[in-house]
Design a protein around this ligand. Structure first.
Ligand code: NFE
Ligand code: MG
Length: 564
């Protein structure tokens, strides 16, 4: 028995450690540990609920905005505040932009190098690359000259004896299977997407004043709409938003989707690895802001044991968090779960003193709590959402999924996999970028009618609030279902709990020993070379980990891979 330790996992947000037990070259058990703690939930206690979003948003700098939105929704829910429709639409445009931005950045900058080898790109013929690229899509840039320039850039880096951003990959690993031309094409898109992502986040700066961490308000939005004004969201700025939305949609359909399908064709075996739990949860994205209206853009859905036919509606009382294997202490005992409205955040580090060799996985071993639904370990995220929309036959997702799978020659079961997860992310990017066009049109119609209203001041004053109240804000974040749970008493936050996508997916085991999605999905992987565990990276990256979100002290700067 060997134990392979990957710590930290790189090209993610935050600090994640994986310990995997390997027998006869195969992973038999895996453990996922968040090695950093932040305690934003503790910081929020006792504060004014109207300012909670500004603190909560700082949980993360990657899914910037989503914690602010979940936070204002939770407080508005607790205080029964209705948000003007324009504010909801502006928030929706911010959400759409973060989805497209975050997913493209994940695919090209965090995940692509698990599949694409920049060193091999040097052997490519730029003419042949251009011919290939043009056969895949009508993206305007696919000329021989463009690919020649990219190749020159990489060559200069290699000749200088350094690979810069491509440094430290496992470039001799036999798991890299693309021909040189496709390596060159995809590296070109990697560099292209770097530039593209700086432009499209301007939607956040126009609507929210800045990026990351745009401005929000409990009761609506902070920036006024006024077509006549120089400083408000005026016609020129709205026009700019429209251009950027078109640019997002174009890049998604002309570059991102064709590119993931290239990977799907060459790495077909990865549609049959990294399956994970088979239980999928979507807590839901409300159509506007209030979940109590019962209208959903992505409806809450629970899929158990891959059974898409008999999916269940969601009961929010069934969301609970365990700390049995987490470095926290519950007043009710660490084997009992707590619902987030009664949730506790009492730090209780019992792990080894760093630097250490191994975690004690029989005891507590992570800063992540272990959220469970109806006591099931579940997966949240793009794959869960696409499966929910597939099960409910919404937005033409069935036809879309089947069309692409057919082109890649993959059966539907292939969706439950590492590559399925990565493919689902691209599909929902198309859905969100398309939906943004509709949200924008709806906003423009209101503006044309002279409706500029973005803020409801009715319940701004704490004197108008009930003495004690609870609320919850749901939002589907790029990595999965996010919920913020607030308890307000005497005008202050009595308790604040965030149950976060990566906490669901990357959690440690619960009181019953159930592994999380990360832990389950690694079991069965063969490692060609345990010192270069690209197989672990592929599957873990397919979830797009964000540990800053997940844990809301440990400083080993070097990538550490040890085998005993
Ligand atoms: Ni920090 Fe986040 C998203 C949230 S993940 S990235 O998406 O919420 O857990
Ligand atoms: Mg939490």
């Amino acid at each position: 028995m060997k134990r392979v330790v990957v710590d930290p996992v790189t090209r993610i947000e935050g600090h994640l450690r994986i310990e995997a037990e390997v027998k006869d070259g195969k992973i038999t058990k895996a453990y996922s540990s968040g090695t950093m703690v932040r305690g934003i939930e503790i910081i929020l206690k006792g504060r004014d609920p109207r300012e909670a979003w500004a603190f909560a948003q700082r949980i993360c700098g990657v899914c910037t905005t989503v914690h602010a939105i979940a936070s204002v929704r939770a407080v508005e829910d607790a205080l029964s505040i209705n948000v003007p429709v324009n504010a909801s639409l502006l928030r929706k445009l911010i959400i759409g932009t973060i989805f497209v931005h975050d997913h493209v950045v994940h695919f090209y900058h965090l995940h692509l190098l698990d599949w694409v080898n920049p060193v091999q790109a040097l052997k490519a013929d730029p003419y042949e690359t251009s011919r290939l690229a043009q056969s895949l899509s009508n993206y305007e840039k696919s000329t021989p000259g463009y690919f020649r320039e990219v190749q020159k850039k990489i060559k200069q880096q290699v000749e200088r004896g350094q690979l810069g951003i491509f440094n430290k990959g496992y470039w001799n690993h036999p798991e890299y299977k693309l021909p040189p031309e496709l390596n060159l094409m995809l590296i070109a898109h990697y560099l292209d997407a770097l530039d593209w992502q700086t432009r499209i986040v301007q939607v956040h700066t126009i609507i929210g004043g800045k990026n990351p961490h745009p401005n929000f308000a409990v009761g609506g939005m902070a920036a006024p709409i006024n077509p006549e004004s120089d400083t408000a969201i005026n016609m020129e700025k709205l026009g700019r938003i429209k251009t950027l939305i078109d640019e997002m949609y174009d890049f998604t359909v002309k570059v991102y989707l064709p590119d993931i399908k290239v990977l799907g064709k060459y790495y077909k075996d990865w549609f049959f690895k990294g399956e994970g739990l088979g239980n999928f949860l979507v807590l839901g994205e409300p159509e506007k802001d209030s979940w109590r209206e019962g209208k959903w853009f992505i409806p809450p859905t629970f899929i158990k044991g891959r059974n898409l036919k008999d999916f269940e509606e969601v009961n929010i009382n069934e969301v609970k968090e365990y700390v049995t294997h987490s470095w926290y202490k519950y007043s009710v005992g660490d084997d009992k779960p707590l619902h987030p409205w009664e949730g506790e955040t009492n730090l209780n580090y019992t792990g080894p003193k760093p630097p250490y060799e191994y975690l004690n996985v029989e005891g507590k071993y992570s800063w992540l709590k272990a959220p469970r639904y109806k006591d099931y370990s579940v997966e949240v995220g793009p794959l869960s959402r696409i499966l929910a929309l597939y099960a409910r036959d919404m937005y033409g997702i069935r036809e879309e999924v089947e069309k692409h799978l057919k082109e890649m020659d993959v059966p539907f079961e292939g969706m439950f996999s590492t590559m399925g997860r990565t493919f689902a992310r691209a599909l929902e990017t198309k859905l969100y970028s398309f939906s943004m066009k509709n949200w924008f049109s709806e906003l423009m119609e209101n503006v044309k009618k002279g409706n500029y209203d973005v803020f409801n001041p009715e319940k701004w004053e704490p004197s108008t609030w009930p003495k004690e109240t609870k609320g919850v804000g749901f939002m589907e974040a790029p990595r999965g279902s996010l919920s913020h749970w607030v308890h307000i008493k005497d005008g202050k936050l009595e308790n604040y709990q965030a149950v976060v996508p990566t906490t669901w997916n990357a959690s440690p085991r619960d009181a019953k020993g159930n592994p999380s999605a990360y832990e389950a999905s690694l079991v069965g992987h063969s490692l060609h070379n345990p010192k270069e565990p690209v197989e672990i990276l592929r599957t873990i990256h397919s979830f797009d980990p964000c540990l800053a979100c997940a844990v809301h002290l440990y400083g080993d700067e070097e990538m550490e891979i040890r085998v005993v």
